[in-house]
Design a protein around this ligand. Sequence first.
Ligand code: NAD
Length: 499
Amino acid sequence: MTETIEAPAALRQINHWIGGRPVAGTSGRKGPVYNPAAGKQSGEVDFATVEEVDAAVKAARAAFTTWREVSLAKRAEIFFNIRELVHERREEAARILTSEHGKVLSDAMGEVTRGLEVIEFCCGIPTLLKSEFSEQASTGIDVYSIRQPLGVVAGITPFNFPAMVPMWMWAPAIACGNTFVLKPSEKDPSASIWTAELLKEAGLPDGVFNVVHGDKVAVDAVLEHPGIAAVSFVGSTPIARYVYETATKNGKRCQALGGAKNHMIVLPDADIAMAADAAVSAAYGSAGERCMAVSMLVAVGSVADPLIDAIKERIPNVKIGDGMDPSNEMGPLITREHRDKVASYLEEGNVVVDGRENCPDEGFFLAPSLIDDLKPGMRAYDDEIFGPVLGVTRVDTYDEAVRLVNDSAFGNGTAIFTRDGGAARRFQFDAQAGMVGINVPIPVPVAYYSFGGWKGSLFGDRHIYGPEGIDFYTRGKVVTSRWPDPATSKVDLGFPQTR
Ligand code: NAD
């Protein structure tokens, strides 16, 4: 993880947020925050101690006592306020994302807008928490179910969606009556503080939303804290597995979403231009730093040569540069180290377009790259590269293509491009992945469905946001009730019967 560094005076300081106000870290350990387009450090973020995580949990615990009593109508009103403020300030948020993550402004706006959809879903919390009622289940007895919040819940989030992924977590968690501790990525932490200030302005009581920054020390403190009831995690597969195992060992409910390697199958009957547009957009958008990016193209039969030609034709038109310039379409990668790691994959297969050429001089840039003839067993085929590198594998039949999808260690998203409805329907049935696109390369579900993968892309049994998010952040209780009716009262030592 990131090393401790000395801070030059001009660096922006990013503190924790506990109990409704900024709190400076006391550990002396900090991490660098970069402007990846310039390749320069722009700030530094406090790394929390175990005690600071404990202070955040205590603030959240104190706030839970009153927040869970707040009426559904009032919670909905606060969520409508949050919705309005995020909508009004989405450009401000986008600029923060671009300055620390590097994604271009239009992409950053897309991130905020998709997160906003989850907030809008949560405005309906009174309806979402409606339960069931059975009148006269037995004579004079009614039975009903209710869903109640868990208490203090935590979210641990990745660098690639510093606003949206936290929204997937805090919005449903808080709407359900929980209080929240966020441990955002230390690489682009400012969006979390922007969110904290906005939530306070929207009327959310102090302590309901808290932020502690940091590295493994902070994560382990969250996973081991007895006051935290549940943990949501989004990040890479090895850390997702670790978080899931540690959180559940400590008695917590946990959903841990991991990495991905998403295959896009193109059948011979597909519209080549449409498939090429989709592949270029989904592989190189956000410099490939999306868990739903298309990273492997599976070309079936005769489609391979014309498809690769069409992609090669499009790559030089992708405008690379500082995301703050609205004419640019692809920004830099998050750090120099990550950029170099991604570039190291351009040594295998048949490198058709090498992104190490034609990059801006400054910043952590790697231009779009294309590698043909990848096969399982090669690093560039098996690993999640998480950069602007699109691999191609050629197969003869649909069955071989599906086998590749299903043999993958990951199962986040996958897509098929075809004009054949029967083949598309077959694929929807066959594909072992949590999210399937039919002529849609990035099938991120809308906010009223839930998001999640299979296999190494998800540890736990609940997808995130949507109905499964509400389920994850609440627990059920069933009440069996009888009101005094002296006429039917008697002693009966038998097991309660309903007939
Ligand atoms: P990461 O796993 O390195 O970090 C995620 C979080 O875990 C961060 O908050 C980080 O501080 C923490 N962390 C990192 N190393 C740790 C350790 N050793 N012990 C404890 N905590 C640790 O992921 P990242 O690089 O920030 O994000 C990219 C990854 O996230 C990719 O693998 C991507 O596919 C995945 N991702 C998945 C989804 C999804 O929905 N499945 C969505 C977005 C990103």
